[in-house]
Design a protein around this ligand. Structure first.
Ligand code: FAD
Ligand code: MLT
Ligand code: ZN
Length: 458
């Protein structure tokens, strides 16, 4: 179908004002957050509700036109970018918060609601969303479900799939799939919401979500602890748990990362003493959490080089950790190569050491900043100054290295375009076959996000 004809048909569904084709207007929809993926689109369409999403997909299905669903476009693996002219289906108008239920502890909302708005709505009733991440002001509920985002509360609440109770989504041919029950226990058949979580927009377009809420902890304390490595950091987190405190978050950073954030954000040194490795913990307890935490840090003196404690939410200390993403992007001379990985906890240290050696041999020009969610074994390998011609070889090297350490090539950001070639690493042939079959069953023509999570493998 010609683009003009397609645009007319889409405009008949959503109104002319919500089919965008002007290159200046669509520019922000065809570039990813890191600036590496820059694509093109025939049109960006912004439906207002599930019925319009279904009608849009029906038009595209009949015309054989591929569609890329897009929420806040904060994804870090290029999955939300149309690279070959696909139609972008934006959830920007699916922004209704339908209900926050303080009895069943749920929130029902449109897929385009941002994480921050959902958090705010929950907090007004003394509750909270179980997911939090630094992109909260822009990332959407549909986006976090589709990527099965982890974030900084995962150690306590689990990932987005754990928070998902119900879903409304539109299949590639326009049929509406609804699984919507405020039930914690519901074992009738396959877990279809769970299947769409992490599907990265390849199985359906999510239009509404029903998510679990959590009761926030009252007294929280944040500590930034300087240590000499992963082993010492793990000793401290283990001691915190043994003391009866709840770990609300356990993040790690290195001296190189903290120095970069300090330079970029103009922050002073977080501790008096110098440290090669930093642990940021947020803890809660029934009472006197601060005293208990001080006690733990004193008892762990052999592992602790220096520490500072602040009563939560302690944004000042979190700034060192949350400033990493923007600082890495701003300080790299090329779009950063961001590789989100996980290993078993016992392998983190050896993985980091081996990775440093690999990179020193293969790409001495590249600066590596590693940080992440220590409690989840989730390491964000961020590589600065990577030349365009180096990206594929370095990605290959890092992903093979993490596979050798029994890890995963994607911990929480997804596969997207960035890792599509490597999806076979750590997966068996049967596993890949089942994934292909599911995709073919739901979207035989492969019109939804056709270029990510492909059957291709290495
Ligand atoms: P998009 O970027 O728009 O899309 C992401 C993927 O989901 C794409 O494949 C897209 O096609 C698909 N998709 C989006 N909406 C829908 C829908 N309604 N239906 C079907 N498919 C859809 N991620 C983490 O996991 N943990 C973190 O701690 C974290 N921190 C971040 C911090 C910063 C500063 C930034 C920039 C990113 C961070 N991210 C993190 C990555 C990103 O924010 C998450 O992946 C987030 O879930 C993406 O949401 P989004 O609405 O921006 O989705
Ligand atoms: C984080 O934990 O800060 C994110 O996942 C973002 C990133 O990897 O830069
Ligand atoms: Zn992360």
């Amino acid at each position: 179908m010609q683009t003009l004809e397609l645009v007319d048909e889409l405009a008949a569904v959503v109104g002319r004002a919500h089919v965008l084709t002007d290159p200046d207007v669509v520019a922000g929809y065809v570039i990813d957050w890191t600036g590496h993926w820059v694509g093109r689109t025939r049109a960006v369409v912004r439906p207002a509700d599930t019925a319009q999403v279904a009608a849009v997909l029906t038009v595209c299905h009949r015309a054989g036109v591929a569609v890329v669903p897009q929420g806040g476009n904060t994804g870090l693996v290029g999955g939300s970018i149309p690279m070959e002219g696909e139609v972008v289906l934006s959830t920007a108008r699916l922004t209704e918060i339908e209900q926050v239920d303080p009895v069943d502890l749920t929130i029902a909302a449109g897929a385009g609601v941002t994480v921050a708005r959902a958090q705010q709505a929950a907090r007004e009733l003394g509750l909270d969303l179980g997911i939090d991440l630094a992109s909260r002001d822009t990332a959407t509920l549909g986006g976090i479900v589709s990527t099965n985002a982890g974030g900084i509360r995962m150690i306590k609440n689990g990932n987005t799939r754990h928070q998902l109770l119900g879903i409304e989504a539109v299949l590639a041919d326009g049929r509406v799939l609804t699984r919507w029950k405020e039930l914690t226990k519901d074992n009738v058949g396959y877990d279809l919401p769970g299947l769409l979580a992490g599907a990265e927009g390849t199985l359906a377009v999510i239009t509404r979500v029903l998510m679990r809420l959590v009761v926030p902890s009252r007294e929280t304390q944040v500590a930034l602890v300087g240590v000499d490595g992963v082993g010492a950091a793990s000793e401290v987190t283990a001691a915190i748990r043994r003391a009866g405190l709840t770990l609300e978050a356990a993040e790690f950073m290195t001296r190189a990362g903290v120095d970069l954030v300090r330079d970029h954000c103009g922050l002073r040194a977080p501790l008096d003493a110098d440290a090669p490795f930093y642990l940021l913990v947020e803890v809660s307890g029934q009472d006197s959490a601060q005293e208990v935490l001080f006690g733990v840090l004193q008892e762990s003196a052999a592992a602790v080089l220096d520490a500072v404690v602040e009563e939560g939410p302690a944004h000042r200390l979190w700034r060192y950790r949350e400033g990493h993403t923007e600082s890495v992007s701003a300080e790299s001379t090329t779009p950063p190569l961001k590789l989100d990985l996980s290993t078993p906890l016992r392998e983190i240290e050896s993985f980091l050491t081996a990775l440093g050696e690999d990179l020193a041999d293969a790409a001495p020009n590249v600066r590596a900043i590693c940080f992440g969610h220590l409690g989840d074994g989730n390491i964000h390998v961020n590589l600065l100054d990577v030349g365009v011609d180096q990206r594929e070889a370095i990605t290959d090297l890092v992903l093979r290295r993490v596979t050798r350490h029994n890890g995963s090539i994607s911990a929480e950001h997804g596969v997207g375009r960035a890792k599509a070639l490597w999806i076979g690493l750590g997966r068996t042939e049967v596993d890949l076959d089942v994934m292909r079959s599911i995709r073919t069953a739901l979207d035989p023509a492969q019109l939804l996000n056709p270029h990510i999570l492909p059957a291709g493998q290495r």
